[in-house]
Design a protein. Structure first.
Length: 465
């Protein structure tokens, strides 16, 4: 009499392991898909056949299939059975890589800086685009004002005043293609004004520092402690400073009120300039977001904002709120026409804001990312209590403090788990003298929902014991 596994369905080699049949089977199937052993489109045995092969209950198999369908690893359609989801799955290298290199093409992405792109509000955006295009004047399709479309500047002036405490007028706004573009324009203007250096935070984005240095400005790091960047260290030599006061990137704290007051006093007394990067100011989860620094002194603060975190970086839309004394020079640096930002996207974002769709999206995204952060913190407490999440409950990333000397090992382990994540050392200014703690900077906003649990598993597996 032949065994059931010899006559039912297709062959599928699995070795469930770990506590509980259902979890063991789910983990084994997920790993087979993740590593590419089960290629996209592969049809799996029926739950009845696989249950017979493995000698377990059919309900256990059906529940494991359902879990993986919900995560996005499998698909199930009436009449076509259960199949591996039709999406590319990177295949890690087998065995040690040549020259000690780690595998490329990660399966999971926890690099900070990108929102959940699968959550982009496509339907609402399309409705706004249709409405905006239907009423757009003919001249809107021309080369345009270098400051950007007046519809968007007007909508942003109202929104930023209401939501971020920014004090401005549409004529003081300049639309740019993101924070980097805004810094390029400011760097040109400040260098023409004779500035030779600009103060920055000890930890930040090296791409921003390089943009300013290409403009001819030396970046000088300020010390940092538990209250944030030590703005009281600004003296008469510095004439400008770049800060992320609402949510420091990447450390994750908010600038202490005394430090906020100190930097504004410095700017007034020395006629200095504060460049405020408010890259994710809408996302605070434990209380209302702190207001923009610009509201304390619009004559000495340049406010930089972007749609890259709240909507998507692919829109390439950002904005500068400028002191009146600086506006004309920045517009001149941008050029005679608005060559950098698509008019239709500007008009669509203006309609998206004025219709209330932007507020609804931000509130929904805030809840989504808060749940992500809470799940991450809870999973760490359960599976890696030796690792501590630091920083305020805000934004799209968290810093995980590691035991001393373990950061590089954790990064190597993450690579072999198919996980892209950055170490804190990556964001340290080369001239900084502050302590060098071991930590990971985890961007929990990036993975789509179907990959979130797998990314969490890979992260926990990579953390030092």
């Amino acid at each position: 009499m032949p065994k059931p596994w010899a006559t039912l369905g297709v062959d599928l080699h699995l070795e469930p392991a770990g506590p509980g049949l259902r979890r063991g089977l789910t983990d084994a199937l997920r790993e087979a898909v993740r590593t590419g052993r089960l290629a996209p489109g592969t049809r799996l045995p029926s739950s009845r056949a696989l249950a017979a092969d493995l000698g377990i209950a059919r309900n256990t198999v059906a529940e494991a299939f359902a879990d993986l369908v919900a995560e996005g690893w499998l698909t199930a359609r009436q009449g076509s059975g259960t199949r591996v989801a039709g999406r590319p799955v990177p295949v890690p290298a087998v065995g040690p890589a040549p020259g000690g290199l780690t595998p490329s093409r990660p399966v999971y992405d926890l690099v900070p800086g990108t929102p959940d792109l699968s959550a982009f509000p496509r339907t609402a955006w399309l409705k706004a685009a249709r409405r905006a295009l239907a009423v757009a004047p003919y001249d809107a399709l021309g080369y345009g004002d270098p400051r950007g479309r007046v519809e968007l500047r007007t909508a942003l002036a109202g929104y930023l005043a209401r939501a971020r405490g920014v004090r401005t007028h549409p004529d003081s706004l300049v639309i740019c293609s993101g924070i980097a573009h805004g810094l390029m324009l400011l760097g040109q203007v400040l260098r023409k004004r004779g500035l030779g250096s600009l103060a920055v935070e000890s930890y930040g984005l090296d791409t921003h520092w390089r943009l300013l240095e290409r403009a001819g400005l030396r970046t000088v790091p300020l010390e940092l402690d538990g209250l944030g960047t030590r703005t009281e260290e600004l003296g008469t030599r510095e004439r400008a400073v770049l800060l992320t006061p609402a949510h420091q990137f990447p450390i994750g704290g908010a600038l202490h009120p005394d430090r906020r007051a100190a930097v504004v006093d410095w700017a007034r007394q020395s006629d200095g300039l504060i460049i405020e990067d408010d890259y994710d100011g809408e996302f605070r989860y434990d209380r209302r977001p702190v207001g923009a620094l610009q509201g304390l002194d619009p004559d000495h603060v340049v406010y930089l904002g972007t749609a890259s975190k709240s909507l998507a970086p692919g829109l390439r839309l950002g904005w500068l709120v400028l002191p009146p004394s600086l506006a004309a020079e920045v517009v001149a640096a941008k050029g005679g026409v608005d060559w950098s930002c698509g008019v239709l996207d500007q008009l669509t974002l203006a309609e998206f804001i004025t219709s209330g769709a932007y507020d609804r999206h931000v509130r929904s995204a805030r809840l989504h990312y808060r749940r992500r952060r809470d799940a991450l913190v809870a999973e760490l407490a359960r599976r890696a209590p030796q690792v501590h999440a630091t920083g305020i409950a805000a934004g799209l990333h968290v810093v995980l403090r590691l035991p001393p000397g373990t950061e590089q090992g954790a990064l190597r382990a993450a690579a072999w788990q198919g996980l892209a994540v950055h170490g804190l050392h990556r964001y340290r200014h080369p001239e900084a003298t502050v302590e060098r703690p071991d930590a990971l900077v985890v961007g929990y906003g990036t993975p789509p929902d179907h990959a979130w649990s797998g990314a969490l598993d890979a992260l926990c597996a990579a953390l030092p014991e």
